[in-house]
Design a protein. Structure first.
Length: 435
């Protein structure tokens, strides 16, 4: 997590101050439940909230204690006792460190998910606006990087909208899966703490009680969460890669906004590079990289080891902060994206009608020519366009074998661009709704 690729709200979620505040809330809510069932005095629970609630926890002091204790939760509890006084002896009754650590981690991941879902909402709004703007902007579709058949730029953006709409649904599911709490003691048996404490803490923090835990919350939940972040990042990269290709000099159908005073190269003043989408490609690689160690964390020894701990201290902040930044950056790219319909039209006709080859092929088969012969007739004329720069329509009109099956009007009709966009409204209705 570095400032260059961090946004304040997500970064603050992972600050020591936020972490210690959540730790306190877990402990204090547990004390409320313990007081309610008569394990500790109610006056003690009130004192803990009264003194610890408004307190600003001293990160440097906690770090100082940890240097001696070599234990972060004990260091925090020692500092809390300095603030609360004698009643602090009732804090952490029957609990183990992972009850605090795991519950806090899941609180942070839930809050991170909320921010990421909001990011996706902003991206979806930008994609929808630009898709509607360019619903009828005809452009060439490509397969293998080669001209295929016409589509519209709006359809390309509608595809991205549908993709990120699925991402949003996945993030909601990931949020639900990670939103659990464990206050179950040393090996998850509730031997020294009543299950009602866990239920109370879970309710107060907006979580669900983990059905069965060991000393830790099961890590398959976390694996699924980080895998979902990886999928979202992959979708970011797919759209970024599309824009990068379309900005290539030889294509130049769209372009990232180039602001006044911006410089593209230290050596070549003419350069306008797709730096934002290239950056997004790199950030997506990092987010995906965090998914694998999350999966490897699932296999812990027996009721718990700490091989997962160091991993999660890094991937929790890094993956969420990086994806938050990437989604916001992609939204900005889409909002300001420069679109060049004239260049799209020019590229569409660059190969002199080849994009209509399938229509001619189908027309020949419908006129009684075998598919094999139809393909041969169309391809031999298409190759003249590739190799000699000929005009596809003119070659077809001059081909006696083709003309034996199709009239001039039949052939010319197959070069109508509107044929390829007649179902765009249907696609948009499926993606955005009938309205």
């Amino acid at each position: 997590m570095i400032p260059r690729y961090s946004r304040p709200e997500m970064a603050a979620l992972w600050s020591p101050e936020t972490k210690f505040r959540i730790w306190f809330e877990i402990e204090a809510h547990a004390c409320d439940a313990l007081a309610e069932i008569g394990v500790i005095p109610k006056e003690a629970a009130r004192t803990i909230w009264e003194k610890g609630g408004p307190a600003t926890f001293d990160v440097e002091r906690i770090d100082e204690i940890e240097r001696e204790t070599k234990h972060d939760v004990i260091a925090f509890l020692t500092h809390l006792a300095e603030i609360v006084g004698p009643d602090a002896r009732f804090v952490h009754q029957g609990m183990t460190s992972s009850d605090v650590l795991d519950t806090c981690f899941n609180v942070q991941l839930v809050r991170a998910a909320d921010l990421l879902i909001a990011d996706l909402d902003a991206l979806l709004a930008a994609l929808k606006k630009r898709a509607l703007e360019h619903k009828d902007t005809v452009t060439i579709g490509r397969s293998h990087g080669i001209h295929a058949e016409p589509t519209t730029f709006g359809v390309k953006l509608a595809f991205a909208y549908a993709e990120f709409d699925r991402c949003r649904k996945r993030m909601e599911l990931a949020r639900e899966e990670i939103a659990t709490c464990a206050i179950s003691g040393a090996v998850g048996t509730f031997a020294n703490i009543d299950p009602r404490v866990e239920e109370h803490v879970a309710e107060k923090l907006g979580l669900k009680a983990e059905p069965v835990s060991t000393q830790v919350i099961p890590r398959d939940r976390h694996a699924m969460f980080f895998a979902t972040l990886g999928v979202v990042a992959s979708c970011v990269e797919r759209l970024a890669t599309e824009i990068r290709h379309l900005q290539r000099t030889e294509v130049l159908e769209v372009e990232e906004y180039f602001s006044p005073g911006q410089k593209g190269s230290s050596a070549m003043p003419h350069k306008r590079n797709p730096v934002l989408t290239e950056n997004l490609t790199g950030l997506a690689r990092m987010v995906r990289a965090y998914a694998l160690p999350a999966m490897e964390n699932v296999a812990l020894w027996h009721e718990r080891d700490i091989s997962h701990s160091s991993v999660e201290r890094m991937i929790g902040p890094d993956a969420t902060v990086t994806l938050d930044f990437a989604l916001a950056r992609l939204t900005g790219v889409i909002e300001k994206l420069l679109v060049y319909p004239d260049t799209m039209e020019k590229n569409l006709h660059r190969f002199r009608g080849l994009i209509h080859s399938q229509r001619v092929l189908l027309a020949l088969t419908q006129a009684g020519v075998s598919r094999e012969d139809s393909y041969r007739l169309v391809q031999r004329n298409a190759m003249k366009v590739w190799e000699q720069g000929a005009d596809f329509l003119e070659e077809l009109l001059a081909d006696t074998d083709v003309r034996a099956a199709l009239s001039e009007d039949d052939i010319r009709e197959k070069f109508d661009l509107a044929y390829h966009t007649k179902h765009v409204d249907t696609i948009f209705a499926r993606v955005f709704g009938s309205a």
